[in-house]
Design a protein around this ligand. Sequence first.
Ligand code: ZN
Ligand code: ZN
Length: 765
Amino acid sequence: MGLTRTRVRVEGIVQGVGFRPFVHALAGRLGLAGLVGNDAGGVFVEVEGASETVERFLEALAAEAPPLAVIERVTATPLAPTGSSGFAIAPSQAGGERQALVSPDTATCADCLAELADPADRRHRYPFINCTNCGPRFTIVRDVPYDRPATTMASFAMCADCAREYHDPGDRRFHAQPVCCPACGPSLALLDRDGTAAEGDPLAGAAARLRDGAVVAVKGLGGYHLAADAASEPAVAGLRARKHREDKPFAVMVADVAGARALCRVDPAEEAMLASPRRPIVLLRRGPEGAGTAVAPSVAPGNRSLGVMLPYTPLHHLLLAEVGRPIVLTSGNVSDEPIAYLDGEAVERLGGIADWFLVHDRPIHVRADDSVVRAFRGRELPLRRSRGFAPQPLGLPWPFPRHVLACGAELKHTFCLAKDGHAFVSHHIGDLENYETFRSFTDGVGHFRRLFAVEPEVVAHDLHPEYLSTKYALELDGVELEGVQHHHAHVAACLADNGEPGPVIGVAYDGLGYGADGTIWGGELLVADLEGFRRAGHLEVVAMPGGAAAIREPWRMAAAWLGAAFGGQVPEHLAVVGRNLDRWEQVAALARSGTASVATSSAGRLFDAVSAILGVRDAVNYEGQAAVELEQLADPAEAAAYPARVGGATDDGAPLLVGGRDLVRAVVEDLDAGVPAPLIAARFHNGLAEATVAACQAIRDATGLEAVALSGGVFQNLLLLERTVARLELKGFRVLVHSRVPPNDAGISLGQAAVAGARARARPA
Ligand SMILES: [Zn+2]
Ligand SMILES: [Zn+2]
């Protein structure tokens, strides 16, 4: 029997997830000697014993790893046996190259929930209960290696009982860095607007005030939320008015899956997303009939879906149980500001909105908004990838030869750092339009660089000269800059999301992005791989009369598209003309002449135009509102489609043109014929899907490409996505959609990083 000693290095998400106790128990079970420890590169192990036992150890290491561990690489190197006995846990080692991956924040596990509910347990009803399998991670980590002194728990000295659990390799809290209890850990307080603590149990007090209709700011995992009784129209309408948020739907937290079913239809895929340890907000279809009355109309006005999430911290579990019904839980901010996460700042900023503050003394180091997903064909379609997901790296099948920072775009901003085969897409930063979000971005880049030991040599950025992310990139010294066209980045994000290099036919439909020719693009058909692209087609171009004003006022896009579709004979009897008569002629003239306007091929703006023509919305209160409401209006049972020409030729190099004017003319004809608006909205969706497929067929004929990647914010529209995918598949295309990063601009940073990596591989330094 040969005695061997092997050094094993385990890389991936292996710290803070109970990996060392797992290794300790495994070695004990197999009777192996050695040691295990954390260092900046992950987990290191030395095992000594019979060679076949060491083999079994290595197999079990990957097969039986703890639930939150993500093993990316295991390397084994032989050592000389030392004859040692016993298995030890070595102290953490600082220094060295930092590659250990910090885990995302994780919802309270079943074991902790059982203790939370057990009157005999010393953590009965303790709002900060956690263990190696659950609890805060990313939002409390200040530095690596991931150990208590490097977290915001550093100031809470463990009591003797917690210390015993923490140091016992057989305990399920062994080296759980945030471990604590009522005797030694954080505690709750309920404050009024002046910061004065209320008498009595803070949790019961907050719940009672919520039931009475108050707005309560609740300190959560990644920031403050604003909570209100979801069943109370005065409470929710009051919250809306104080927050200056007119129409954008609020999310609701329910106690459990049964609570979600009381409000919405939940299929098995959606149930899995709701109950996953990431606990995102899941957009669900409201119903069944008669239900939906349990939430006040102001929660999600006129919306067929509802954002629902389950409790993800012990505090949320206790609060929901105490309130006894669903609560609205929305980001703690005023209109477009980032979510508040610092205690003093929260009371100051939210004082005009919240009546009470349910706070605690565990600091939040990184702000992280709730993630938002919906189900598409049983898979997760992320709309916002943040708390619970970040900073888990996305594994890519291609190495990055040099470290990359991708600065992202502007709206729904994220950034991305990349090295080796990992892309670290940041949490949701917000709309990069003010100083505060810009600070979040630059602070976030610094934090990610430290955590993941990335020293950017290549910096990728959008081509839009006015984006703050572009300006930031252009001011960096000593790095190689890589400009990436916006829609190419969308298509590359979809490729990277699917782990494919292309080339593909990329369909990128969004609001707008800076084109390679200096005009504003947004309805693009690209022949693209990761390295480059050719603009093979696009939606017909119209003016955006008044520039950015046309984004806020979709009726302006109606004026532009009607002018383009009907030339001099704009049908002036249309209601949209009548509603905007005082400025119609002036705006139509801007569109005709191009004065004070920019030319755009944007698909999002075409949706805006149709939305206004149908009387859905002339002006918006949030980005994408007109298109969202047009999707809501459309009758999903309608199969007819408006015909639209796809013109131009690919052989002379001129891009194909997708006939938006045909779609607009058909909308007006049906409107004049008295066809109900839900049918018109559906036929428009179907028509755009068919025209897109026809364009893809023409490009396939010219190039032989069989795969289509769908990206851009317009493909958050499930009706358009479903119709387009179904028609593409019917024509024999292989279709790539998003499942790891959002199709909207939050995915741009991953696309930029993938492009920069591909170019670096093609042109070695
Ligand atoms: Zn737990
Ligand atoms: Zn304790």
